[in-house]
Design a protein around this ligand. Structure first.
Ligand SMILES: Cc1cc2nc3c(=O)[nH]c(=O)nc-3n(C[C@H](O)[C@H](O)[C@H](O)COP(=O)(O)OP(=O)(O)OC[C@H]3O[C@@H](n4cnc5c(N)ncnc54)[C@H](O)[C@@H]3O)c2cc1C
Length: 382
């Protein structure tokens, strides 16, 4: 077994780390406070190849492996979890399904701009009544002549208020249940009948837009169907398996930031005439944080390795997301405790890490759903 990263993996890790430290970290608190969409950062991430890490160069991407992608998301999220999820959604939830299921024409038209960093993508699955159980969606797509007519409202869509394109799930045959779900690519800027609805006010990842997508007799060309009618649910399961590696990486980035800042603070903060790092109570917190974060990161990298080597990774990505998100949340709470009253105040980034970490236990499948996925894998074939 080899724990050494390849030269390419080290290169993207280093590049993303330097970029994040230089250009994202200094403005992360301001982005969180103003809830501003980081358009300039997105454009620069695009220029650096971070919006299409695993997509071949012929479609605008960087042509690297899934480990490179995970390492990139970790570094960006360490500086700013909002930027981390924007990157993750573009790569895993938009680029991946268009690359995996799109025609050559769809890839040239819809993948190239997002993977190349000139446009943003989003993924429209969740609805008000269909969260953990997406098969309960109500949005429909009906073929009329050479157009699909879409009706329905998607909820909680990351990048929904700023994206140019969306991979959208809708029902094309209600009687067929989950086998009647299909997916489409929608040009959100050029679709009559579409508008952005409510933009959510949230606890964390405040610089990442979360919006409703409203379709009222919205018309898209017939050729915007991804794959065949009825394949949407299967495509969604595979897409989310990869997406969970992205979110697990986001969680590791947040956790790494809490640990680094906790170590630094504990060495400089003095109480009882000595640095608080002299107290065993603080040392044990730091040791536990480091150990749990390493364990979680190894699961994340294992899942990414499985993807890279075309091995099944549904269980591995669910395990990675479960442990990484729980670890990030727990580490951030410990981080706030280590900083005492300063951890609770906005003068330090620790309270932001705590708010940002929470979402990683919820989106792209809650951690209760992750346990269902893991258990289903353990119990099948028995
Ligand atoms: C900030 C943010 C960004 C998001 N981005 C996107 C996006 O880009 N695209 C998109 O399509 N969606 C997105 N979502 C939606 C997200 O994936 C869902 O919120 C999530 O899957 C949970 O669905 P729900 O909120 O409806 O909760 P519910 O499904 O109503 O769950 C409520 C509670 O019940 C539990 N529960 C539900 N079913 C079971 C079960 N069978 N067994 C045990 N417990 C269960 C859940 O774990 C949870 O604790 C986003 C959400 C947020 C908040």
């Amino acid at each position: 077994m080899n724990f050494e990263l390849s030269e390419e993996q080290k290169m993207i890790q280093e590049m993303a780390r330097k970029f994040a430290e230089r250009e994202i970290k200094p403005i992360a608190a301001e982005l969180d406070r103003t809830h501003a969409h980081p358009a300039d950062i997105c454009a620069k991430m695009g220029e650096l190849g971070l919006m299409g890490v695993t997509i071949p160069e012929e479609y605008g991407g960087a042509g690297m492996d899934y480990l490179c992608y995970a390492l990139g998301v970790i570094e960006i999220s360490k500086a700013c979890a909002s930027c981390g999820v924007i990157m993750s959604v573009c790569n895993s939830l938009y680029d991946f399904p268009v690359y995996a299921y799109g025609t050559e024409e769809q890839k040239q038209k819809f993948l190239r701009p997002v993977a190349g960093g000139e446009a943003l993508g989003c993924y429209g699955l969740t609805e008000a009544g269909a969260g953990s159980d997406p098969a309960k969606m109500l949005t429909t797509a009906v073929l009329q002549g050479d157009e699909w007519v879409i009706n329905g409202t998607k909820r909680f869509i990351t990048n929904g208020n700023v994206a140019n394109y969306c991979v959208l799930a809708a029902i094309t045959d209600r009687a067929a249940g989950y086998k009647g779900i299909s997916s489409f690519v929608v040009d959100l800027r050029n679709t009559p009948g579409f508008h952005v609805g409510k933009v959510e006010e949230k606890l964390g990842i405040c610089a990442s837009g979360t919006a409703e997508l409203v379709f009222e007799d919205a018309r898209i060309p017939a050729e915007n169907l991804l794959g065949k009618p009825g394949e949407g649910f299967k495509q969604m399961l595979t897409t989310l398996d990869g997406g969970r590696i992205g979110i697990a990486s986001q969680a590791i980035g947040i956790g790494r930031a809490t640990l680094e800042e906790s170590v630094e603070y504990s060495k400089t903060r003095e109480q009882f005439n000595q640095p608080i790092s002299n107290f065993q109570a603080i040392q044990w917190k730091l040791a536990d944080m480091a150990t749990q974060l390493d364990a979680a990161e190894l699961l994340v990298l294992r899942a990414a390795w499985h993807e890279t080597h075309k091995k099944p990774y549904e269980k591995e990505s669910a395990m990675a997301k479960l442990l990484a998100s729980d670890t990030a949340m727990w580490a951030a709470v410990e981080g706030v405790q280590i900083l005492g009253g300063y951890g609770y105040c906005k003068e330090y980034p620790m309270e932001r890490h705590m708010r940002d970490a929470k979402i990683t236990q919820i989106y792209e499948g809650t951690n209760e759903i992750m346990r269902l996925v893991i258990a289903r894998n353990l119990l099948k074939n028995r």
